[in-house]
Design a protein around this ligand. Structure first.
Ligand SMILES: *[C@@H]1O[C@H](CO)[C@@H](O)[C@H](O)[C@H]1NC(C)=O
Ligand SMILES: *[C@@H]1O[C@H](CO)[C@@H](O)[C@H](O)[C@H]1NC(C)=O
Ligand SMILES: *[C@@H]1O[C@H](CO)[C@@H](O)[C@H](O)[C@H]1NC(C)=O
Length: 360
């Protein structure tokens, strides 16, 4: 409580000071500047998802609904996933989510996989997720993301209230992105429903604040507003060969972080070798980190009215949506549906989670 009050107090003082010093012009780009140079904000509480209690049914629900992208996936209930060995905690305390990689299926049949969704929703706060490895396989669509209640309803009172892909990718990506000079990538996607004709967007080029770029990833799409779940939303691409799939796994994984505060959303990726000490010590200080990969600024989006509190989701989809549209250019053989028939194709379709912490 004390830490929280102090943090709020600090942010009020520093924004007031910035305003006094530079005058009204700062009001226009207020959110962009407000986080810059801030230090030692301490979070007041943390929800930890780790160790042998990882799959406790007070923490996650297993979502059996396949979602609007369909595909050839059958998401298991918690009891079925654990009985079948698709969701378990290793003796070393790492949690594992996998796809059935031992059953051969008739053409067209869906393959068993897992989608989990946190029981708790978070509003302002910081998500820190450390993965030892992530799915890398032809036909899979792996994502660690968040959404609002009632997803995937996208209009009316049941509107899904935003979604944020902290890390997302499909297939192997090697041939497509080799073309651009880097074999693996992930995509960050911030999507929200526009209201009263207002819109959310990100600038194509990152503005520079105090000598630092506001974000470092390449912007693929600037328009965050979407009217259906098939709209892309705004997206960013990290060209690092270690940020997704096999390259990520070969480098021993890494850490993803999502900060949500009144200035918007920021997303970071840290390679295993470059994880800040304050994360490792359990006192993350995002205001001391290098510029984020992605940033949706409250200057460009009324974030708090478009994005409800978000729940965390971790899943491995199979074919459908982006996995199928990318497939012909993925370097994977045959077609997506053929790929699904052989269990052995899914030996690497596995999330290994060191921990996920949510600081409030
Ligand atoms: C936050 O924690 C750090 C490290 O423990 C400490 O140095 C700093 O003074 C704290 N800041 C506040 C505002 O409490
Ligand atoms: C952004 O996307 C939304 C949803 O498709 C659309 O209504 C809007 O016109 C787009 N805005 C721009 C500037 O293209
Ligand atoms: C799984 O990953 C290993 C490397 O870690 C690779 O040698 C193997 O070919 C992959 N198998 C499939 C089916 O993708």
């Amino acid at each position: 409580m004390l830490f929280l009050s102090f943090g709020v107090f600090t942010s009020l003082v520093s924004s007031a000071a910035a305003f006094d010093a530079v005058g009204g012009s700062l009001r226009v780009r207020h959110a962009l500047h407000e986080d810059h140079g801030k230090r030692f904000f301490n979070f007041s509480s943390v929800d930890r998802y780790r160790g042998e209690d990882f799959f406790d049914d007070t923490l996650w629900s297993f979502i059996t609904f396949a979602g609007p992208s369909g595909g050839q996936v059958k998401y298991m209930s918690g009891a079925d996933a654990q009985a079948k060995g698709l969701a378990y905690v290793q003796p070393d305390g790492k949690a594992v989510l996998r796809v059935d990689s031992w059953t051969n299926l008739p053409f067209g049949a869906p393959r068993d996989s897992v989608r989990i969704s946190s029981m708790k929703a978070f509003n302002h706060g910081l998500v820190v997720a450390d993965f030892a490895s992530m799915p890398s396989a032809c036909s899979v669509w792996a994502a660690f993301w968040t959404n609002g209640p009632n997803w995937p309803h996208n209009t009316g009172p049941l509107a899904y209230s935003g979604e944020v892909y902290i890390v997302e990718g499909v297939n192997l990506k090697s041939s497509l992105v080799n073309f651009l000079g880097s074999p693996f990538y992930y995509r960050i996607n911030l999507r929200s429903t526009p209201a009263r004709n207002q819109e959310c967007s990100v600038p194509k080029q990152a503005p520079v604040i105090g000598g630092d770029r506001a974000f470092t990833a390449e912007v693929l799409n600037t328009n965050c507003s979407s009217l259906s779940t098939s709209d892309t939303g705004c997206s960013f691409c990290d060209p690092s060969i270690k940020s997704f799939g096999q390259g990520f796994n070969d480098a021993g994984g890494g850490v993803f972080a999502l900060l949500r505060n009144r200035n918007g959303f920021k997303i970071w990726f840290f390679e295993r070798q470059s994880i800040p000490n304050d994360i490792s010590s359990g006192h993350p200080d995002p205001y001391s980190w290098a510029p984020p990969n992605a940033f949706l600024s409250a200057d460009d989006c009324n974030v708090d009215s478009y994005f409800s509190p978000q729940t965390l989701i971790l899943d491995t989809a199979i074919c459908g949506g982006w996995a199928s549209s990318d497939y012909p250019n993925s370097g994977c053989g045959g077609n997506c549906a053929q790929q699904v028939t052989s269990g052995n194709n899914f030996v690497n379709a596995t999330w290994v989670i060191n921990y996920i912490d949510v600081y409030n």
